[in-house]
Structures are given as structure tokens and as C-alpha cells.
Design a protein around this ligand. Structure first.
Ligand SMILES: NC(=O)c1ccc[n+]([C@@H]2O[C@H](COP(=O)([O-])OP(=O)(O)OC[C@H]3O[C@@H](n4cnc5c(N)ncnc54)[C@H](O)[C@@H]3O)[C@@H](O)[C@H]2O)c1
Ligand SMILES: O=P(O)(O)OC[C@H]1O[C@H](O[C@H]2[C@H](O)[C@@H](O)[C@@H](O)O[C@@H]2CO)[C@H](O)[C@@H](O)[C@@H]1O
Ligand SMILES: [Mn+2]
Length: 453
């Protein structure tokens, strides 16, 4: 077993989330003792801008933790015990393309859902495998990669296919964020909630929400019917989600449960079940990517510049469930705590009527040897069918990436519920291939070979 204090490397050190995650680590040093924190990124300039902010966060809590900033993989990973991965392949400029190209065709433009998520997956699978190989080459043989890099569902499937034995645990903070909101509504801390949940990443449902053994889903159902999954004062639930687009995301759980009240849906299901409403409210010239570049990114980089000038760091980054959750998971891995968390794991019968090898999001007990999924049983035909269609879209996308197959990419886009016809799928895919010229060489070649004269 890995012994503390740990060496932790953060891949994607230039991420806007890095200061928040490091702050979450600093306030939990007793639970997760650290000898060194290393930042690793392929964009040195971006990472070097964020690094002084991160160092300030560290030094506010510890003078002994070593801090390393590098773009060299060996320096980043040699002897590392844990790697937190949070890469955005193509950065925000490609997220903007992922969101705007579909919208130009009247289709949902979103970071991880619909054609945007498929394009993001096509860019990310192989860099994720490359990262795993670098970590396995240099890090401690028992090291764990805890991965936030999106699109987590497709990344998880790609890793299952290409590196099935890798010590990688893919996680998502959306269910935890929903549990934070549930706690705020019920008046209990989110850690008091024990939930049953089934689905794929960004495509799942809560079926039980227990507090001291009592299922409180009925109470939540009544609240959602009035306010969606937010307290009446939205900002009270999560200051980071005072962004109007986020408030709308949480409020949109109401129309879904108005139609299907049995289970409480992951907010991402709105993109698949009410795409026309989503498109009607999206602006093809100014999407969530623009909001983030003008919001979270601009605020953090302005604060970094202010800190460089004055030595005073403004309050510029959010420390919420995003950071707290990955530290919870890392602690359970490090000390075999067997805590119950919602994570992305190979199904192996946890959802009885989904494929054995599907990468599903379910509760699991997190041990030092990885997650042990909790059996959720068979799911109703309605949910099973939705899940199978999404799973097939994601699995075909992974095969398209591995084989460089244009046809499988087109099938993946056509199968996605957000895409109404094969003609929409082809038009969007072809535009995305052009926009991703630097990221999809194999697919580019297949497309150019088969491109109509
Ligand atoms: N799983 C979840 O629930 C969840 C929650 C929040 C954010 N995320 C994901 O976390 C990631 C970071 O988000 P962000 O908004 O901070 O993005 P960001 O663009 O601010 O930072 C991402 C960093 O990754 C770097 N990067 C890109 N390719 C890389 C590679 N091959 N190797 C090393 N570094 C690389 C970029 O240079 C950049 O500095 C994204 O993938 C985002 O979708 C996931
Ligand atoms: O649009 P963004 O970049 O602000 O957020 C996209 C991510 O949204 C989810 O993560 C949220 C989380 O749900 C929320 O509670 C808080 O922690 O912020 C996170 C980032 O906003 C989702 O889980 C991620 O996969 C998305 O990347
Ligand atoms: Mn997520």
C-alpha cells in the first residue's frame, strides 16, 4: 500500500480548477498528508500564470510541502503516488467549437453532451491513454490516477478498451453537486445522504435518497415540482452557480420530473429529453464556453495578474464540491476507507440489464484496490432503452477514434438523441472534422479519402 506523505501530480495544472482543488487539499492535510504537489501541463505559459496562485494557496497552509511546476513528464510523475487529471484537450477555443457548430444546425451545443461531447471525446481519448502510459512509466507502481478530464463517459470507455488494467478512477462532480443541493433543500449536510443511483456519466437517475435510513425522495419530488433542484434562493445553494445558465440547468429538473416523477434525473438529461427547449434558449454566438472564458477564466487570470503586481491575491476561485469530492475519493483510495461514492466503473452486473462491460455511474465502495460497485439491479425498460442508445453512441465514438472510422463516427453522431436526422449528423460531423484538423488525424484521413468529390 502507498504510504503518506504523498507525492501528488496534477495533470492539467493550468486548469481553472487547480487553485480550488489545491485549497481543498490544504484544508484536509490531516486526512491526506502531502510531501509534494506537482503541476504538469503541455501549455507552459498557461500553467506558469496559474502556478503562483497555487503556490500562495499552499504556503498559506504549509511551508514544508514541496511545490514543482513542469511540462516534463518524468519530472511530473517520477515516484508520484496520486495523479489528479483535469485536461481540456483543445482548451476553451475547441469547447467553443464543440458548442457552436451543432447550434448552427439547430442541435444542442454542449460541452460533454450531444455532438459537442462526441467531438470532445474524439480529441481526448488518445491524450488520456498517453497520460496513463507516462504515469505508468514513471510513477509508483501502486499509483492511482483520479480523472476529472471530460467527457468522462467516453474517456472511461476509451480507457477500458485501450488500457483495461490501468489504475484509473473516473469521477464526476455533478451527482455530488445534486446531493449538495438536496442537502440544502432537506436541511442536512450532503455527507449524511446515502443515495441509490444508476446510469452512465451525465446520463443517470437517483432512485433513493436516504437520510438515517429513511428515503427522502418523496420530499424532494415535491420541492422539485415547485423550484427544480435548487433552494428558492439559488445562490444560497451554490455561489458558483449563480450564473443564470446554471440556475436554469438546475431549474430544468422540474419539467423532466413533471413528465417522469419516479426518479430524480441528473441535470444533464435535459439535453436529451428536451433538446428543442434547450436550443431555443441557447445563443449560437455566445455559448457556455464564452460565459466561462468571460467569467471563471477571466476572473482567475485577472487575480493572478493582480497577485503578481501587488502580492495580494483577490478572492478569485471557487472551492466547492468539485475539490472536496476528489479529495474524498483520494482519501478512500489511499487508506482503504471503503467510503460509498458515485463513480464511473465497469458494470459487471451492477445494473443487471445493461451490458457487463458498460462503463456505468453507480454507488461504489472505494478501496485501495479500486471501486467495488453496489448492485442497483435491473432498471425499467424506459431507462434501459435510453441508456442503451446513449451507450451505443459513446461506444461507436470510441471505436471510430481507435479505428479512424468515419462511418462509425457518423453512426455515433446519428444515434445520439440530440441529433434528429442522419443529415444533421453528417453536416455537423463534417464541420467538426474540419474544425478539429489538428486533433483527429486518423479520422481526417478517412474523411478525405471518402469525401464526396
Ligand atoms: N468530471 C467532472 O465532473 C468535471 C467537473 C469540472 C471540470 N471537469 C473537466 O476538467 C477539465 C478542466 O476544466 P477547466 O475548465 O479547468 O479547463 P482549462 O482549459 O481551464 O484547463 C485545462 C488544462 O488542461 C491542459 N491540457 C490540455 N491537454 C493536455 C494534455 N494532453 N496534457 C496535459 N495538460 C493538458 C490545458 O493546457 C489547460 O491548462 C475539463 O476536461 C473539464 O471538462 C470535469
Ligand atoms: O460550464 P462549466 O465549465 O462551469 O461546468 C461544466 C461542468 O459542470 C459540472 O461540474 C460542475 C458541478 O456540477 C458544480 O457543482 C460545480 O462543482 O462546478 C462544476 C463545474 O462548473 C459537470 O459535472 C462537469 O462535467 C462539467 O465539466
Ligand atoms: Mn461531470
Amino acid at each position: 500500500m502507498i504510504k503518506p506523505p504523498f507525492i501528488l501530480s496534477i495533470a492539467g495544472g493550468g486548469s481553472t480548477y487547480t487553485p480550488g482543488i489545491v485549497k481543498s487539499l490544504m484544508v484536509r492535510l490531516e486526512d491526506f498528508p502531502l510531501a509534494e504537489i506537482r503541476l504538469y501541463d503541455i501549455d507552459e505559459a498557461r500553467q506558469n500564470t496559474i502556478a503562483p496562485v497555487v503556490e500562495k494557496v499552499i504556503r498559506d497552509h504549509s511551508q514544508s510541502i514541496k511545490f514543482t511546476v513542469t511540462s516534463d513528464a518524468e519530472t511530473a510523475f517520477r515516484g508520484a503516488h496520486f495523479v489528479f487529471a483535469q485536461m481540456r484537450v483543445g482548451q476553451y477555443k475547441m469547447r467553443e467549437q464543440d458548442e457552436k457548430i451543432p447550434l448552427r444546425h439547430g442541435v444542442v451545443g454542449q460541452e460533454t453532451c450531444g455532438p459537442g461531447g462526441l467531438a470532445y471525446g474524439l480529441r481526448t481519448i488518445l491524450p488520456m491513454v498517453e497520460l496513463i502510459d507516462l504515469v505508468e512509466r514513471y510513477a509508483d507502481k501502486s499509483a492511482w490516477i483520479v480523472n476529472y478530464s471530460n467527457p468522462a463517459a467516453i474517456v472511461a470507455e476509451g480507457v477500458r478498451r485501450l488500457r483495461p488494467n490501468a489504475r484509473v478512477l473516473n469521477i464526476c462532480d455533478m451527482p455530488v453537486a445534486a446531493m449538495r443541493n438536496m442537502g440544502a433543500i432537506l436541511g442536512v449536510d450532503r455527507h449524511k445522504l446515502e443515495v441509490d443511483y444508476f446510469g452512465l456519466n451525465h446520463f443517470g437517475w437517483f432512485t433513493k435518497v436516504r437520510v438515517d435510513g429513511e428515503d427522502r425522495l418523496p420530499e424532494l419530488r415535491e420541492h422539485v415540482a415547485r423550484f427544480g433542484l435548487l433552494t428558492e434562493d439559488a445562490a444560497q445553494t451554490d455561489p458558483q452557480h449563480s450564473d443564470p445558465s446554471w440556475v436554469k440547468t438546475w431549474r430544468n429538473i422540474k419539467p423532466i420530473m413533471d413528465h417522469f416523477p419516479e426518479f430524480l434525473p441528473n441535470p444533464y438529461l435535459q439535453y436529451y429529453l428536451m433538446p428543442n427547449d434547450i436550443v431555443a434558449h441557447q445563443n449560437a454566438d455566445y455559448t457556455r464556453a464564452n460565459e466561462v472564458m468571460d467569467g471563471r477564466e477571466k476572473k482567475l487570470f485577472a487575480a493572478a495578474a493582480e497577485y503578481q503586481r501587488t502580492g495580494i491575491l483577490p478572492d478569485a476561485f471557487h472551492v466547492g464540491v468539485h475539490g472536496a469530492f476528489i479529495v474524498d475519493v483520494a482519501c478512500s483510495l489511499a487508506f482503504d476507507l471503503r467510503q460509498r461514492h458515485l463513480v464511473i466503473v465497469e458494470n459487471k452486473g451492477a445494473i443487471a440489464n445493461l451490458p457487463y462491460d458498460a462503463m456505468v455511474e453507480v454507488p461504489a465502495y472505494i478501496t485501495s484496490e479500486g471501486p467495488e460497485p453496489v448492485r442497483m439491479g435491473a432498471v425499467p425498460l424506459f431507462h434501459q432503452t435510453l441508456l442503451m442508445q446513449q451507450l451505443a453512441s459513446e461506444q461507436l465514438l470510441v471505436e471510430a477514434t481507435i479505428e479512424g472510422s468515419y462511418e462509425k463516427a457518423l453512426q455515433a453522431f446519428t444515434l445520439n438523441r440530440t441529433v434528429p436526422t442522419m443529415q444533421h449528423a453528417k453536416a455537423i460531423l463534417d464541420e467538426m472534422i474540419e474544425a478539429n484538423r489538428d486533433y483527429w488525424p486518423a479520422l481526417q484521413k478517412a474523411w478525405e479519402n471518402g469525401k464526396p468529390a
